[in-house]
Design a protein around this ligand. Sequence first.
Ligand code: NAD
Length: 249
Amino acid sequence: MKQPIMLVTGASRGIGAEIAKLAGRSGYKVGVNFNRSEQPAREVVAEIKANGSDAIALQADAGDAKQVAKMFEQLDAELGTLDVLVNNAGILSKFNVVDTDYAQLNEVFLANVFSQFYGAREAVRRMSTALGGRGGAIVNMSSVAARTGGLSGGAAYAATKGAIDSFTMALAKEVGTQGIRVNAIRPGLIATDIHDAHGGLEQMERLAKSAVPLARSGSVSEVAEVALWLASGAASYVHGAIIDVSGGR
Ligand code: NAD
């Protein structure tokens, strides 16, 4: 039987790396996208191969349309046609609205929102049954910040994730009859290095104890499990859904 193929953006570390590795262990061939962190991406690829599946590292700035198009061509040529896209790449930002400048705003919207449009565009072109494809699934990484407003100084980040919630519901309507399921995950406080921008892991763990009903942060594995479930046939009637993975927060 043909092995399904998954592309994970921003997969050299954190949640993306964990999704890529779990996908490998679940029988997927995996495209491991990175922007600048080539060595860590190669380590993710090596681990997937050591566990008996296949993977390639794919360099592209997910917020750059041309680079994303080239990355998908490389995936087509070296691994095969995509079955699942996980739009995971993203960055945290910290600046008050009163200090907003174009460069900062542009950076966070390119990385968090434009990236998901560009990835979805290339994925739908390949997966849509209306375009000769065989269907597939898209999983978008949102955040609880979409509904809480995020941490202080996080307006731009929260706004990008609010956009992802709307984008997910809209794309689900657009491609539901084309064999493509689209869903999103809203992680809460998950222990990764993304928190360096907001005081680091220790501060995040303190916040998790008081702000999260389960009184702890989540692990990358607890998010990856949900991503793999959403991608799988077990979630065949789950579409346009935005799933909180946030310990109740
Ligand atoms: P992380 O910083 O560990 O990983 C993010 C990865 O995305 C990094 O490898 C980074 O280099 C990559 N990336 C960023 N911009 C990119 C670009 N333009 N092109 C390619 N790669 C790019 O963070 P994480 O915690 O693993 O976050 C993964 C996703 O989960 C993000 O979308 C983030 O917003 C979301 N999220 C995380 C948390 C959390 O608490 N960790 C909570 C809610 C949502």
